[in-house]
Design a protein around this ligand. Structure first.
Ligand code: GDP
Length: 195
């Protein structure tokens, strides 16, 4: 698939106020700094699309973009911020949880993890929760340019082993590098096959 048009639609923190769920939706989530904005910008071919919404005060919102007038791309807040107070963390998580569980047109949630690290507790807890709730998701290993093939394969194998402890089936696993322009085709064809 080629992304011809990508435009910002709205930001909010309430699933009920999101755009009409009349188009397929694909959302991106991951720990802060995992490379989510860079990945979204690479996919859409727009240098500042995700940055537009991540200006101060907007980082913790559900951001909708309309792609090719055909499907929604959603930039979700990063999880695992160290500096968020407990109260705002709870609030922050509650509306993301509501979005993930209640958004009826969410076809797939892309969970971004840094390819350099072995499975992290916070990511595994989130992934296992998605599995329990039967939310369709795929894993994207970001920043693949930062490590060699052997180390990447080792980390992918570690993730697979960790997942297979709890689940009989693996989710789709994709690899990306916004820096090296890797993964764009794979992710866009995955979306195309699932709309
Ligand atoms: P976000 O907080 O998840 O949106 O992360 P950003 O996209 O803002 O990226 C966080 C940092 O990682 C920035 O300094 C990026 O330049 C860097 N980064 C993002 N993607 C890549 C990548 O694919 N390769 C490398 N080497 N660095 C990346």
């Amino acid at each position: 698939m080629e992304i011809k048009t990508a435009r910002f639609v709205m930001s909010n923190s309430d699933v009920k106020k999101c755009p009409d769920p009349n188009k397929p939706e694909f959302a991106f989530i991951g720990r802060s700094n995992v490379g989510k904005s860079s990945l979204i910008n690479m996919l859409t071919g727009q240098k500042k699309l995700a940055k537009t919404s991540s200006r101060p005060g907007k980082t913790q919102l559900i951001n909708h973009f309309l792609i090719n007038e055909d499907w929604f791309l959603v930039d979700l807040p990063g999880y695992g911020y160290a500096k968020v107070s407990k109260k705002s963390k709870e609030k922050f998580q509650a509306y993301i949880v509501n979005y993930i569980l209640q958004r009826e047109n969410l076809y797939c949630l892309f969970v971004l993890v840094d390819a350099r690290h072995e499975p992290q507790k916070i990511d595994m807890e989130f992934i296992n929760w998605l599995g329990e709730k039967e939310v369709p998701f795929a894993l994207v290993f970001t920043k693949a340019d930062k490590l060699g093939r052997t180390k990447l394969d080792k980390n992918l194998a570690a993730y697979k082993a960790e997942l297979l402890k709890d689940w009989a089936e693996l989710p789709p696993l994709l690899v990306s590098s916004a820096e090296a322009g890797v993964g764009k085709e794979d992710i866009l064809s995955f979306i195309e096959q699932n709309v």
